[in-house]
Design a protein around this ligand. Structure first.
Ligand code: HEM
Length: 82
């Protein structure tokens, strides 16, 4: 995930939090490289730990985006039941 990635640094952190909670996949292509999976962190990290990791990403390597709070992660997880 390169510095400046808008999914990581945007003002709206919903997608970023959701990706950590649920994991994700690289795109499915017919002739490109095979699909790769990113693991889900639900059940592995606490909401506070997820907030801390995401805040670290958003404020390191020259990034200067707003923090992600435990409350943000807790609210998102309540909303998606995960
Ligand atoms: C734009 C955001 C992101 C996208 C699109 C993304 C996508 C992916 C993909 C496609 C993989 C599989 C790579 C491979 O196997 O070659 C992966 C792996 C991984 N991702 Fe993400 N990711 C993102 C953000 C994050 C964040 C925020 C974290 C946690 C801080 C994270 C943690 C990891 C880890 C630890 C792996 C490696 C798992 C392993 O090797 O077993 N990723 N991610």
């Amino acid at each position: 995930m390169p510095a400046g990635n808008p999914a990581a640094l945007g003002a709206h952190t919903t997608s970023l939090m959701r990706l950590m909670v649920e994991g994700g996949n690289s795109p499915d292509t017919q002739q490109g490289p095979p699909r790769k999976n990113m693991p889900a962190y639900a059940g592995k990290l606490t909401n506070t730990e997820m907030a801390q990791v995401l805040t670290f990403i958003r404020t390191t390597w020259g990034n200067n985006a707003s923090p992600v709070t435990t409350r943000d992660v807790t609210q998102l997880r309540a909303y998606i039941y995960k």
